[in-house]
Design a protein around this ligand. Structure first.
Ligand SMILES: [Zn+2]
Ligand SMILES: [Zn+2]
Length: 351
């Protein structure tokens, strides 16, 4: 009595599980690793164990202070593949262990005019993963259950699946905006989004022309390997007028070039969240019913449609450069400098 029994050697008390998060404390800061208590899912939320999270150009814009809606400090990352680890109150659609994706649109209000019109991507009070709520540059994250995307049927490993959650989806929405009748398509900027959607467009029977930075022969070779009919520098004219062009590079000077490359009635779709200023250009480039559009965010319907479509297409070749979670800063630097083809993906150490 009075003496507590020692814990048995073979059953140590479990260490309290922590999460590791790479955190930006403000604009123009560098990422810092933080140990945190495991985040608890609230009502209507799920906690995921992150299996992979891709790095997007938007994460660079966040770091640069280009996104005024950001809430600091924040864990970036909105191309998340994870397994459900814990369910908040009232969540019945998911089960523990299920593989899901978490995209950029992390929530919408459900009652503004846009939400009611099927345009939740334009919601007046949206939540953005890795921007207004913590994202996937971490071992764990909490997401709204109704904004997770089921990935049960996707025949890709976690790291290859991650870039589909933004690069793939934004590409998909941009391709749809380009129009079903856009048989001849130009892609300006051949990074994570373009290398995925080029494959989809080619599989749909479209002819794809890829425009890269002048002299970027490695990227041009990559585009050729993925089935593009023609590749060239963005200042070059394509070999035939384009029905539509999609701009993934955040370079406003490409807009007049793309308008010049599309036929009468053609469309130019800007797929990025941020772009440098568009220089003045003669009205003649827009005349003849050419259209200039932008794509913002994406809806849950886009995600369902995209992942359904992938089931009927040849398997995507997803080019990834994989980094440990703690090397997230290096991954962002490499993306900024254009040091790899395809997409950078953070893979937290397996538990
Ligand atoms: Zn993104
Ligand atoms: Zn809304």
């Amino acid at each position: 009595m009075g003496i507590k029994p020692k814990p048995a050697m073979n059953s140590p008390a479990p260490a309290e599980e922590k999460s590791l998060a790479m955190v930006l404390r403000g604009a123009r800061e560098t990422l810092r690793a933080e140990q945190r208590p495991l985040p608890e899912p609230g009502a209507g939320e799920v906690r995921l164990r992150v299996r992979a999270c891709a790095v997007c150009r938007t994460d660079l814009h966040l770091q640069d202070g280009d996104l005024p809606m950001a809430r600091w400090p924040v864990v970036p990352g909105h191309e998340v593949v994870g397994t459900v680890d814990a369910l908040g109150a009232g969540v019945t659609d998911w089960h523990v262990g299920q593989r899901v994706g978490v995209p950029w649109l992390g929530g919408s209000c459900g009652h503004c005019r846009y939400c009611l019109a099927g345009q939740e991507n334009l919601c007046d009070a949206p939540e953005f993963t890795g921007c207004t709520r913590d994202g996937g540059f971490a071992t764990h994250l909490v997401a709204r259950a109704d904004f997770c995307v089921p990935l049960d049927h996707l025949a890709l490993d976690d790291a290859s699946a991650a870039p589909l959650l933004c690069a793939g989806l934004i590409g998909w929405r941009s391709l749809r905006m380009a129009g079903a009748d856009a048989r001849v398509l130009g892609l300006y900027g051949f990074g994570a989004a373009a290398h995925l959607i080029a494959q989809v467009a080619v599989a749909q029977g479209r002819r794809v022309h890829a425009f890269t930075r002048a002299g970027d022969t490695a990227t041009q070779q990559h585009a050729r390997e993925l089935g593009c009919a023609w590749v060239g520098d963005s200042v070059q004219a394509p070999p035939e007028p384009l029905d539509a062009a999609i701009l993934f590079a955040p370079v406003g000077a490409l807009v007049p070039l793309a308008l010049k490359a599309v036929r009468k009635g053609g469309r130019v779709v800007c797929g990025g969240i941020h772009m440098s200023d568009i220089p003045a250009f003669p009205y003649a480039l827009l005349w003849q019913e050419r259209q200039l559009l932008s794509v913002a965010n994406l809806t849950r319907a886009d995600a369902r449609e995209f992942f359904d479509a992938l089931r009927t297409l040849p398997p995507l070749r997803v080019h990834t450069r994989r980094y440990p979670l703690q090397a997230a800063g290096q991954a962002m630097d490499d993306l900024r400098a254009g040091r790899f083809q395809g997409a950078a993906v953070l893979v937290p150490d397996a538990p």
